[in-house]
Design a protein around this ligand. Structure first.
Ligand SMILES: NC(=O)c1ccc[n+]([C@@H]2O[C@H](COP(=O)([O-])OP(=O)(O)OC[C@H]3O[C@@H](n4cnc5c(N)ncnc54)[C@H](OP(=O)(O)O)[C@@H]3O)[C@@H](O)[C@H]2O)c1
Length: 343
């Protein structure tokens, strides 16, 4: 592929943690030419000065805004909620976009406004968005112009539940007990991300009100006949990156762990980034990678599924690039065979 054939990419919000991971992946993607990267407070600075892991690896500086978008093939939006809805309606129609925020994930305006506590000013554009959980929406992603990239908790939860819902195996209530590392709250320092506090803390937050609940229910409804009640609980872990979800469910018949493994293996037979492990997965083995590791156990009708991802990779930038690959006719793993580290 010549330089001319490369996908010309721009990133809005490249100085945050999601942007940092987009840069780590896209700077070395064999079929991408990175054209611009925006920032807000960090505009004007060299990328390698803000993201020290990228020092010496790119000559680009952050800019406040691109002068024009003509000639750009694809933009990634890694901005706080509420910003993408300002940008998307002004994109030229031939520019594809992948939004990492929650702005376009929900189909109902009132549900968005209830959970994100702000008005939605571009709901007319939402209908064109495809929900970018690649493994459950692969065909739709291929022909999409606009992608709403899933939330990190939603990704871990949905990948854990999808085979059970698609195979109509559930009865009764589903309880999701999910935990995240501190990078889930972004690059800006806050009291609850300050190391002396965070490294020794463990707490629950947003009971019954987390903004990922409606997108999880919306997508489960799309995957199959979802009629269960969902209880979804989020916690903060004293680690920097990683999401771990324990999903407790009841099957409508007795089921063994071996049967579950067959069902999951079949559902994810084309999904390179979903790995089935023995026993529990561990966030340590997915960190910095685009893998979602799933484990499970069963007793009678009781099922527990364990799901582990890196919130910034499969939960954000990695999945966004996986979607871009499909949107441009590439193998979905292109530029994404990133392995974690041991330890
Ligand atoms: N962190 C995660 O694990 C994760 C996972 C999935 C999805 N997401 C979503 O991805 C998006 C980005 O998250 P993040 O963690 O990368 O956030 P972040 O670290 O806070 O970064 C936000 C980015 O947006 C820029 N920005 C902030 N306010 C702006 C404004 N008013 N106008 C223009 N640019 C502005 C920042 O620039 P400056 O730094 O220069 O101010 C920075 O580049 C969010 O919507 C988040 O919900 C995050």
């Amino acid at each position: 592929m010549t330089q001319q054939d490369k996908i010309r990419v721009g990133i809005f919000g490249g100085s945050g943690y999601g942007g940092s991971e987009l840069l780590r992946i896209l700077l070395f993607h064999p079929q991408v030419e990175l054209v611009f990267v925006t920032a807000n407070e960090q505009a004007g600075k060299p990328i390698g000065e803000v993201h020290r892991n990228l020092h010496g690896l790119t000559q680009l500086n952050f800019i406040a805004a691109p002068e024009k978008l003509e000639g750009i093939d694809c933009v990634f939006l890694a901005l706080p909620h509420g910003q993408a809805m300002e940008i998307v309606p002004r994109l030229p129609p031939d520019v594809k976009a992948i939004d990492l925020s929650g702005d376009f994930r929900l189909r109902e305006q009132s549900i968005f406004e209830k959970h994100y506590k702000q008005p939605h000013t571009a709901m007319h554009a939402q209908a064109e968005f495809v929900y970018g959980l690649t493994e459950t929406n692969r065909e739709a992603v291929k022909s999409a112009r606009l992608i709403a990239n899933p939330g990190c908790f939603a990704t871990a939860t949905l990948l854990g539940l999808a085979p059970l819902v698609a195979n109509n195996l559930l009865s009764g209530r589903v309880v999701v007990d999910a935990k995240t590392g501190s990078s889930g709250s972004g690059a800006k320092a806050a009291a609850n991300t300050h190391h002396p506090q965070r490294m020794n803390s463990f707490y629950a937050y947003k009971p019954f009100t987390h903004q990922h609940v409606p997108e999880i229910e919306q997508e489960l409804d799309h995957i199959g006949d979802w009629t269960s009640e969902l209880i979804f609980m989020t916690h903060s872990l004293p680690v920097s990156r990683g999401i771990f979800a324990s999903i407790y469910a009841e099957a409508n018949r007795e089921i063994t762990e071996d049967e579950l493994r067959t069902i999951y293996a079949d559902y994810y037979r084309e999904s390179f980034f979903v790995r089935l492990v023995s026993g529990s997965p561990d966030i340590n083995w997915v960190k910095t990678s685009n893998f979602c590791d799933l484990g499970f156990a069963a007793r009678g009708r009781q099922i527990v599924v364990f799901s582990a991802i890196d919130n910034l990779v499969k939960g954000a930038a990695g999945q966004a690039v996986q979607n871009m690959n499909l949107m441009f006719g590439l193998d979905e793993t292109t530029g994404l065979k990133l392995v974690g580290t041991n330890p």
